[in-house]
Design a protein around this ligand. Structure first.
Ligand SMILES: Cc1cc2nc3c(=O)[nH]c(=O)nc-3n(C[C@H](O)[C@H](O)[C@H](O)COP(=O)(O)OP(=O)(O)OC[C@H]3O[C@@H](n4cnc5c(N)ncnc54)[C@H](O)[C@@H]3O)c2cc1C
Length: 439
């Protein structure tokens, strides 16, 4: 096992997100639950907070119910890579839903990114938002060809702002021998996930919405035109309910639980690196993801001194002690220059995949929802949370192309992804066999 993941390590590893360092959580006093409200929002991540903000500013009485301390879910654990990275390619979406729908979905992704940027500017949320761009690194020569082919179509159909970078010029983007060129997406961006969450939470509190932390919802029961929201701390009557639980959707919402696939996502942060290593590893400071089935996500810390490395180190493991050495090995395989560096943090969180590999939003059985971002939810959660609020308000411009996508499940799937370990093994095999010839 690597030095960095053993007791020989110079720096003790903290088993919580790098993003929580130095970010003061807002202390929220316990909320006395009201008897009746307009809207109950379940989940205090980006989706739920965005919904709550729009509703409260429109004069609705709102409570956000959160099972844990607000700010401990995926929304403060993520890498902060902003884009609309759909796991269903444009060509696949065209084949399934038709060209018009595929164009609408991909356009909406770009709209969500621009919405997030304007929102952060308008609200003056200090969260290190930078229009960094993204480098999509091709793990195999045929992946480079596929990226180039898809880009031609996306430029024609939605004016996608990206360019291919051949292998011969790749060193200007990434100091890794393991890739075969890639694609620069100019409009993508980056932020500090926990700072953004705290900023959003503060705006929601200032808007007058109630935040009920440590208040898990245990049941949503229809009651005439509204709902009884049962929680571990009592019941509240709400005219509308918004479900914003994404990868942590529990048994209290069985229809939804059968439609999202919770998966662990993992990250490590290195200790501060020498400036010349930073310049060699990620010279432009763009965020990076690669084209493996088990994707690697890579970026620099906002102060550009550390590398943050993420990957699918497991499908089932919840202990970041176990995944730290695996991620370390993956990082050094990608960047041999980093052999021997210390890591300071290792953490994980839950994302939500869907069977369509696209996000879903809409209303089911009277319950509004937005979820299933498939690991790329910062922009879409903020945007679709806002759109859900507009639906609750009955506004005309509340529609999105994700509203009417069939939200599929599978026979015998009840919310525990028993198929995940064999799927991981299969994807691991697909990524590694045959080994890409030396790049
Ligand atoms: C390690 C990691 C890296 C990631 N990297 C990126 C990235 O670089 N770019 C990107 O765009 N996305 C990334 N993501 C995904 C992104 O973080 C999510 O898509 C986004 O945060 C989803 O927001 P959300 O509000 O829908 O869900 P969450 O932030 O997960 O919030 C859901 C909340 O619901 C609460 N909840 C669940 N059940 C109940 C209940 N019964 N009662 C009350 N509350 C409940 C949970 O406690 C949780 O706080 C990453 C995620 C992880 C974990």
């Amino acid at each position: 096992m690597s030095r960095a993941a053993t007791s020989e390590s110079m720096t003790p590893i903290r088993y919580e997100p790098f993003w929580w360092d130095g970010v003061a959580r807002t202390t929220i006093p316990e909320l006395a639950l009201p008897r009746e409200i307009d809207v109950a929002v379940v989940g205090a991540g980006y989706t739920g907070l965005s919904t709550a903000l729009t509703l409260a500013r429109a004069g609705r009485s709102v409570v956000v119910f959160e099972a844990e301390e607000p700010g401990t879910g995926a929304s403060s654990r993520n890498q902060g890579q902003i884009g609309a990275v759909f796991k269903r390619s444009f060509s696949e979406a065209t084949a399934t839903y038709g060209r018009e729908k595929a164009v609408a979905i991909y356009r909406e992704g770009r709209i969500a990114v621009e919405f997030l940027k304007s929102f952060i500017e308008r609200e003056q949320i200090a969260c290190s938002f930078v229009r960094s761009g993204r480098f999509v690194a091709a793990y195999r020569p045929e992946h480079y060809e596929a990226l180039a082919h898809e880009l031609e179509i996306l430029k024609r159909e939605i004016g996608f702002n990206a360019d291919m970078v051949p292998k011969a010029e790749q060193a200007r983007e990434i100091g890794s021998p393991g890739y075969f060129g890639g694609q620069v997406r100019h409009d993508d961006a980056t932020l500090h996930s926990a700072q953004y969450h705290v900023g959003l939470l503060d705006r929601v509190r200032a808007s007058g919405a109630g935040i009920a932390g440590f208040t898990p919802v245990t049941a949503l029961v229809r009651d005439g035109a509204g709902f009884i929201v049962r929680t571990k701390r009592g019941e509240v009557r709400a005219r509308n309910v918004m479900l914003a639980t994404n990868g942590q959707t529990g048994p209290f919402a069985p229809w939804f639980r059968r439609r999202v696939i919770p998966m662990g996502a993992y990250g490590i942060a290195t200790a501060k690196l020498a400036p010349e290593i930073v310049r060699r590893v990620l010279p432009t400071g763009r965020v990076v993801h690669d084209t493996r089935k088990l994707i690697h996500g890579i970026r620099l810390s906002p102060d550009k001194t550390r590398l943050i490395f993420g990957g699918r180190a497991s499908m089932t493991e919840a202990d970041p002690r176990a995944t730290a050495p695996r991620l370390y090995t993956m990082m050094v395989e990608t960047f041999p220059d980093l052999a021997g560096v210390d890591i300071t943090h290792s953490w994980m969180g839950y994302i939500a995949f869907t069977f369509s590999r696209l996000p879903h939003t809409g209303v089911h059985d009277g319950i509004h929802f937005a979820m299933g971002y498939c690991g790329s939810g910062i922009a879409l959660a903020t945007y679709l949370g806002h759109k859900s609020a507009l639906k609750i308000l009955g506004e005309a411009d509340s529609g999105t192309p994700f509203d009417d996508l069939p939200f599929e499940t599978r026979p015998f799937y009840t919310g525990t992804p028993w198929f995940a370990p064999p799927a991981l093994a299969y994807y691991h095999f697909k990524d590694n066999w045959p080994k890409p010839r030396a790049a």
